[in-house]
Write a protein that binds this ligand. Structure first.
Ligand code: TA6
Length: 303
């Protein structure tokens, strides 16, 4: 997008003292939010929230220092949108992992300054010819973002076709932590999870989660709010959700992080993904003409 197009975006959707569009790395178009409560950055590529920092707090989301800004690729960190499938495609490994929403250019359809001082941005990915080979359904998807003391991100799937569609999805949130071995996650005790590292049979989470190696678990059939306890940053991060029956907990650890190539040497130590999802058995059927909403609500508290 050139400077004239960005000027047009600011004329149509910019909001003084709330929201400004600018050109980021590799000519990515960024929506920069700075209001009374918090600062945040989104990029139109992939409708990806990159940063969120409430006033008087440290950054809540992890954004890799070695992140690459490449057209058609998601950026390592923030909240990549995994849609209309999560993980590898169920039948065709040639199709992109985590779907095509995170690698597509979305458009701004609405912005607003809310009465409580929060800032709202709505992005949309409409059905397009270039996606038909990957996804032959008339499906419109929107991302509704509200930035205030709390970050609310809602992924809305509109099934505009005459048949039901089956989707899996995730708001693949990377959280900033003081040190991965110093944090724990509560809220999933007793939940059944599929361990993608061991590939073993589903297991039950016995207690609070701690991370001491590569961890890649899909917790199923849970609507629970999770809390990341981070004594190093003297804070708790609350991850509440609606419209989601799965929570994914992921840290690549050393070898996998080095293979990814965009997390630097020790980036894995500063991040933990707690993802609001509908994956595996929790995939969602959206009836013809109906919509489905997946929402993550992120807040931070000092301890
Ligand atoms: O959500 C965890 C996961 O599915 C991991 O298996 C790993 O693949 C991660 O997502 C990141 O995937 P990406 O394609 O963004 O490198």
């Amino acid at each position: 997008m050139n400077s004239t197009e960005i000027d047009t975006l600011n004329r149509r959707f910019g909001i003084p003292n709330h929201l400004h569009f600018s050109e980021g790395p590799s000519a990515f178009v960024l929506a920069e939010i700075n209001n009374f409560h918090a600062r945040a950055t989104l990029c139109l590529q992939g409708a990806q929230v990159l940063t969120f920092q409430p006033i008087n707090h440290e950054p809540v989301l992890y954004l890799s220092k070695a992140a690459r800004y490449v057209g058609g690729k998601s950026v390592r960190g923030g909240i990549p949108v995994c849609w209309p499938w999560f993980g590898p495609h169920a039948t065709d490994t040639q199709k992109p992992a985590h779907g095509f929403a995170r690698s597509s250019l979305w458009r701004v359809i609405e912005t607003g300054a809310l009465n409580d001082g929060a800032t709202r941005v709505v992005l949309e990915l409409a059905p397009a010819p270039e996606h038909r080979a990957l996804w032959p359904h008339d499906t419109r998807v929107q991302l509704h973002v509200s930035v205030g003391p709390t970050l609310t991100v809602e992924l809305v799937t509109h099934n505009e076709s005459a048949q039901p569609i089956q989707i899996s999805e995730a708001l693949h949130t990377y959280f900033q932590v003081s040190d991965i071995e110093a944090v724990s996650v509560s809220g999933l005790n007793g939940c059944t999870y599929v361990d993608k590292v061991t590939g073993g049979a589903p297991a039950a989470q016995q207690q609070t989660i701690t991370i001491h190696g590569e961890t890649d678990r899909v917790y199923l059939n849970t609507a629970a709010e999770c809390v990341i306890h981070d004594p190093g940053l003297q804070r708790r991060i609350h991850v509440a959700k609606t419209g989601s029956r799965s929570t994914v907990v992921w840290n690549p650890w050393i070898e996998k992080a080095l293979k990814l190539g965009d997390m630097g040497d020790d980036g894995f130590r500063s991040m933990l993904c707690v993802e609001t999802a509908n994956a595996l058995d929790d995939s969602v059927s959206v009836a013809a003409g109906k919509e489905h909403r997946l929402t993550t609500i992120i807040s931070v508290a000092r301890v």
